[in-house]
Design a protein around this ligand. Structure first.
Ligand SMILES: [Zn+2]
Length: 165
């Protein structure tokens, strides 16, 4: 039995009291949140959101990638969001390795050359947030009136604060 099989059992009870079946797809708060996949972050609870309120786009580090831009364009053009929050967090795993280290590990473990892959690790929240916002604006694919807010979530306190960059 896989972990997912156990989770499916949990889902049975979730579905029993589920009463959000009529929610429209466009997020009610018109916001898309980009954040890290870190298991210690629950963006919905941490921001007082409810089901149907926001898009949450997650990846390792909460970095702006081509695929995040793809999702944001769909979020804005087809589902009406106009605000983007990019939330990194303290003690992020992305602060703990370099591309070279991970490529070496992949070579050792899988015997695959991953030299063409940028895993987007970083050493500074401010720098990487600045770089990501530059990438986002540089794409030219966001609505002109988009509000973009960089922020950091503290995994030890649960607090989120805006970052001036
Ligand atoms: Zn992280």
């Amino acid at each position: 039995m896989s972990v997912f099989d156990e989770l499916l059992a949990n889902n049975q009870s979730y579905a029993q009291s589920f009463n959000y079946g009529d929610l429209p797809a466009p997020p009610r708060r018109h916001i898309a949140i980009v954040t890290c996949m870190d298991a210690r972050i629950d963006p919905i609870s941490a921001l007082g959101l409810d089901l149907g309120d926001a898009h949450v786009i997650r990846n390792a580090g909460g970095r702006i990638t081509e695929d995040v831009i793809r999702s944001l364009v769909i979020s804005q053009q087809l589902l009406g969001t106009r605000e983007v929050a990019i939330i990194q967090h303290t003690k992020c795993g992305m602060l703990s390795f370099t591309n070279e280290q991970l490529r070496d590990k992949i070579k050792q473990d899988l015997n695959v050359d991953a030299s063409g892959l940028d895993f987007l690790p970083f050493t500074s929240h401010e720098e990487s947030l600045r770089e990501d916002i530059r990438k986002l604006l540089g794409s030219g694919l966001l609505a002109k009136d988009t509000i973009i807010t960089p922020a950091i979530y503290d995994v030890e306190t649960g607090r989120i604060h805006k970052v001036e960059i």
